[in-house]
Ligand binder design. Sequence first.
Ligand code: GCV
Length: 675
Amino acid sequence: MEFTKAWLQYHSIKGVKETEGSEESKTEITIYNEHKCDITKSAVEELQMALASLYGSRIALAQNEAEFQSATAGIRLVLNTSLGLGQEGYHIRSAQGKITISASGEAGLLYGAFALLRKLQLDQVPDLMTFTWEEEKIPANPFRMLNHWDNMDGEIERGYSGKSFFFEKEEILINDRTKAYARMIASVGINALTINNVNVKGAATELISDRYYDKLDKLSGLFAAYGIKLYLSINFAAPIDLGGLTTADPCDSRVCDWWNRKAQEIWERLPLLGGFLVKADSEGRSGPFTYGRTHADGANMLAQAVKPYGGLIIWRCFVYNCQQDWRDLKTDRAKAGYDHFMPIDGKFADNVILQIKNGPMDFQVREPISPLFGGLKKTNMMLEVQIAQEYTGQQMHVCYLIPWFKEILEFNTYCDEEHGTVADIISGKTYGNALAGMVAVTNTGNDSNWTGHDLAAANLYGFGRLAFDMTLASEEIAGEWISQTYGNEGKVQENIKKILLMSWPAYEKYTSPLGIGWMVKPNSHFGPDVDGYEYDRWGTYHKADHKAIGLDRTMKGTGYTGQYNEPLASIYGELTRCPEELLLFFHRVEYDYVLSSGKTLLQHIYDTHFEGAQEAELFVRLWEELQGMIEEETYQRVLQRLNFQREHAKEWCDVINSYFYRKTLIPDAQGRTLY
Ligand code: GCV
């Protein structure tokens, strides 16, 4: 299947003089790399291809320093272990036609090469001879990871861009797309990856068996050449499902022996493997609770098995009771993560990292930050976000999530006076731990444009860039992505940026109000269904009646607010101090309650929904202004999705508003139609 180059287009730079005539008469750029490892080879290959495309130049490879020095314009890769930039940092200096990329590790040289190419495109540098620039960067997060939820039959759980490009009919795929993907994600600094769903079932359990080792070895090598470590999601019950034991109890010596032997076998065959990702005791997956053990028991048993090979265990904290009785008014799903993991803070082995979803529920358009970030103090942590847009429009709606991720990262948890933000904690700054970082449930599939909605690629690009450099602004990231994908034309920049930056707030407005979440169709999680989850087992209730809506999560209610450090616990606990965008997450509020805008809660709901739907209409108009400036097929593909979004946003608006109108019988103050 054909696929696009996404943001690695390398459109020719404006203002570069086209040289008439033969290849020979073209200007020449020389690349010098004396390091023969795979990663620097990837860097050179990328530079060769990109520079030829950007400048229409001939590319020469210098054999030695003297050759490089005698060239007119050139780029040199220098490994210098005494630079103190870690394995992944880089330094770039450009003067008088010579550009030096230096790094202490090979991956740093690759990131330097991509940074240089980005800069040349963003600034539309017409001539290397006059290009003066210096930049030094060390990635902010040690781990910058993507999780694929790909199944071995080729389907993708919560995948909205076609089928898997890793698996088909229980076989592993390795083809042109695999390398194109490695280049793409390396270009934004991704350095770790899982390829299979965290719900490990059927053939996926056998990924850690002879059946798949050869292919996995090849795959891990391919990614390693781009500085990316391969990890595998594993089935906690593998000793039973694969090993034929009768138990997977982490404290049973037969189980420990099985994992020890398995780890030895795995690393003999897959020496480049990074480790395992584990979803345990969650949504039907087996885990230590099955045997009356803690999650520390489970994770540590695996950690000691993989330790001799430098392996890591990434353990998810998405653990809650998904068999709740909706009549049970005491249990609060939001509390589950903290309740399970706080008591075992400090009990995890040093090669375990806890992977924590940004919110206490599940990737809603707005949630408070998980209290685990401010709570855990003696455990390695990573932040998990989702760019697959499961609850944010499923890549049928444009919803640029980077502004949301920025808010999450900048949130002060008050766990530490100086370094209390989520960004501080997950980058390892607060507690000085090296195993830390960010992971995104990713949004790619085998659709020709990778992400179904062309504009959804901004989330993949943006996640990588943000994980690498958390100081980047959402707008800057959007601008970078637009330039490299569609070029630098002013109107194109302006309109797409507008659409992207308005999209998450708009989505929030026309879907569920004020942090309540979950008003989606069950299972598919797409489209409005206010009571879809209300009388179900998933613990996601809004409890709307004719007078009020929301769950009291204060200390008078479920006590969830008590999981936050002060002053957050008090702020969230008081109706008048609680941030309004989260009001209905923390409080049960009457419809006539007056918000800071002077509007009643109900009128706010009506207004925001109408407003959000209008904004979705505006996206179509903004896009239509770009016809002729964007390649026609892409233009039409995006237009189709934006038209769908406009209709769907209207549906959302009408369903939600009519629901509340019918509950309250209070009309809209502006007299708009409610049904
Ligand atoms: C992979 C949500 C999704 C599930 C997903 C789960 C998880 O519940 O709906 O499809 O399972 O999150 O994060 O493990």
